[in-house]
Ligand binder design. Structure first.
Ligand SMILES: O=C(O)CNC(=O)[C@H](CS)NC(=O)CCC(=O)C(=O)O
Length: 276
């Protein structure tokens, strides 16, 4: 089965971003994909924290609703990262990853666990926790016709405990909708994604924001799909608005797991003791 990984440049203009996302959904469907993966913050990249909080919608707001209609119209699953407002805390939002089924229903919602609070010398300073409430749970993989999908987001890829757990819970595909900085992307993006695929023996799908969003903010792009052997099988490079397609072959995945059964070689007996 074919799936598409997408790349785009969101701005603070939510309606325009929805139009771009819907175009990418249609494009993936026309290429025969059963699913399309859109990046983190597809709804918008804001100029500052105040604007980010003002623009956030609930999951049942117009942005996700528009994508649910597109998913249903084209008969395709859609994974998308959005900001999610919550009445419980009007000054902050969740960084949420929504999986929409091909009949337009919500199949899963994951709220980003690891927040990107960093200050890199000669590089970006970002304080995600000033606007974002961290999620509090791992979401079990969602069963789909193309495999069991584990939900994560961007910076989460730096935490292999999370991908290892998603694998143990049954994931066959692990997804990281992203908006990576250029400096960290050049240094780490491909290496991390290939490692997560190799060590979990899962397909890794990483949709990406690309280019200049606002005066202050730019993203690395290079959306890709990595197969469970660590090979890059789809790559958007630095294209501005793109969907690249790869096959998800679960027989191939099972063969890799059979040949090298790392999951059954894990020494959980030792790991638990060493944490005490
Ligand atoms: O800000 C928004 O609106 C959407 N959220 C993001 O773009 C997030 C938090 S600032 N970006 C990352 O996690 C980049 C991680 C990264 O670049 C790395 O791990 O190196």
């Amino acid at each position: 089965m074919l799936v598409g990984v997408a790349q785009l440049c969101s701005t603070p203009h939510v309606a325009e971003n929805l139009a771009k996302a819907v175009r990418l959904v249609a494009s993936a469907a026309s290429k025969g994909c059963k699913a399309v993966f859109l990046p983190e913050a597809t709804d918008y990249i804001a100029v500052d924290k105040e604007q980010a909080v003002t623009l956030a919608q609930p999951i049942d707001g117009p942005f996700v609703t528009g994508l649910r209609q597109a998913a249903r119209q084209h008969g395709i699953f859609v994974s998308v990262g959005v900001h999610e407002s919550t009445p419980a805390d009007p000054q902050r939002l969740f960084n949420s990853h929504v999986l929409i089924s091909s009949d337009g229903l919500l199949a899963g919602v994951y709220r980003k666990l690891h927040l990107f609070d960093v200050n890199i010398t000669n590089g970006p300073t970002l304080m995600e926790s000033s606007s974002t409430i961290p999620g509090s749970q791992l979401v079990p993989p969602v069963a789909t016709p193309f495999g069991a999908v584990g939900l994560a987001t961007c910076y989460d890829m730096r935490f292999p405990e999370m991908s290892t757990l998603l694998r143990r819970l049954g994931s066959q595909i692990i997804t990281y909708p992203s908006a990576f900085t250029i400096k960290t992307g050049v240094a780490h993006w491909e290496a991390i994604l290939r490692c997560r695929a190799i060590e979990t023996q899962c397909y890794v799908v990483a949709a990406a924001q690309v280019g200049q969003h606002t005066e202050k903010r730019a993203s690395y792009g290079h959306a890709m799909i990595v197969d469970p052997w660590g090979k890059i099988v789809a790559a958007c490079g630095e294209n501005k608005e793109d969907v690249q397609v790869a096959e998800i072959d679960l027989d191939y995945l099972e063969a890799i797991r059979r040949d090298m059964p790392v999951e059954s070689h894990r020494r959980h007996d030792v790991y638990t003791l060493s944490l005490q």
